[in-house]
Design a protein around this ligand. Structure first.
Ligand code: KG4
Ligand code: ZN
Length: 357
């Protein structure tokens, strides 16, 4: 069974072709391509939806032919076509979904509408050594640019959201703080790089809502904003001056910048590790999984892994290339759903606010 998946939920255009085996031997990723649009949006300081969709229109057909050629298959040999149907930017989702639906109709094959969050959530199970793994009950932490969630996974398609962010997502906090510090986009990798040489205990930053299963990161972001004028040795005397100062990307001393990045990163890691372990204990599962762009962060992976080991919990994370947006995770979710007998109607609409459950 060969599945072709297209992911265009935000600013990455991605296509992947995955071949599943009838005997449940590990599925083979025949090709996976991602075209990043970071450069096109960087100068605007954020993603411009119309630019994103125009680029998807441009890149998706190119990636389609490039993946088919890398996989050495003809599109007519694909058994099912899948696309991310939400959540994401409406004008971006439409492009991938329309192409996948067109292919499914044209070749008379099934179409699968896949939830982007389910793609992330299942990704730690992808790439089993020799067999496709059963989706075992686990507590899944999804940390991306748009979402921060704790999900109780009972089995494939059987999920319960037990916690979510009430304001910014973890990745969004990384991106916004990086912007304040005058670093590039996406902010997570930039902060991680600088944090390597920093002291995570130098600045005392808040760990919000530790007693709840939900998350809040906007207080942390604000704390960094108000710390900045102080660490550059300037104090605000009037609200107007304060506004101006807090909006300026600061030129910080290298030591201060590294310590600030390390302290900020540690505050996020402390919060997500504490809540994930608490949820695993509360719901009595023996497996913790983590996915989404922020789970590329080595310090987060290391500390969550260590915390799981201390509590006797198994820990699974996806390879870093599978953590940021890609189509391989969408193809994997589609393959598991196809095997379980699911199929979507081509009349199914995209949904920018699609919920996981
Ligand atoms: O999953 P993803 O590619 O897109 C969404 O579905 O949102 O996640 C992108 C987010 C960005 O906010 C980016 O800053 C963050 O993941 N990110 C990281 C790292 N790599 C990417 N955050 C912290 N450390 C990293 N190494
Ligand atoms: Zn994502």
């Amino acid at each position: 069974m060969t599945v072709l998946a297209i992911e265009t939920s935000c600013d990455e255009t991605a296509v992947a072709i995955l071949r599943g085996r009838d005997d449940r031997a590990a599925a083979e990723l025949l090709a996976s391509e991602v075209a990043s649009q970071i450069a096109a949006h960087e100068k605007y300081g954020g993603i411009v939806p119309e630019i994103a969709s125009r680029n998807h229109l441009l890149y998706a057909p190119q990636l389609l032919y490039r993946t088919a050629s890398a996989a050495k298959i003809d599109l007519s040999d694909v058994d099912a076509f899948a696309a991310t149907s939400g959540p994401g930017l409406a004008s971006s989702l439409m492009i991938g979904a329309s192409i996948a639906k067109g292919l499914a109709i044209g070749f008379g094959k099934p179409y699968l509408a896949i939830n982007h969050l389910e793609g992330h959530l299942l990704s730690p199970f992808f790439g089993g050594a020799d067999r496709d793994e059963e989706i075992r009950p686990n507590i899944s932490l999804i940390v991306s640019g748009g979402h921060t969630m704790l999900v109780r996974v009972h089995a494939l398609c059987d999920y319960q959201v037990v916690g979510r962010t009430v304001d910014d997502a973890a990745g969004e906090a990384f991106d916004k703080v990086a912007k304040m510090l005058g670093l590039g986009y996406p902010g997570g990798p930039e902060i991680e790089k600088l944090a390597r040489d920093g002291d995570p205990n130098r600045f005392d930053l808040p760990r919000s809502m530790l007693g709840s299963e939900n998350f809040s990161f906007s207080g942390l972001k604000t704390a960094v904003r108000y710390l900045l004028p102080k660490v550059v040795g300037r104090f605000c005397e009037t609200p107007d001056q304060e506004r101006r100062l807090t909006q300026t990307p600061y030129k910080l001393d290298d030591r201060v910048l590294a310590d600030l990045c390390a302290s900020f990163q540690q505050a996020i890691v402390d919060v997500v590790v504490t809540k994930t372990i608490a949820a695993a204990q509360k719901y009595d599962v023996d497996l913790v999984t983590v996915s989404g762009g922020v789970s590329c962060n080595q310090e987060l992976r290391r500390q969550l892994h260590e915390a799981c080991s201390r509590k006797g919990l198994e820990f699974k994370n996806a390879e870093p290339w599978l953590c940021t947006d890609n189509a391989a995770m969408i193809a994997f979710a589609a393959l598991l759903r196809l095997r379980a007998g699911f199929e979507s109607q081509v009349t199914e609409e995209i949904d920018p606010n699609l919920a996981l459950v």
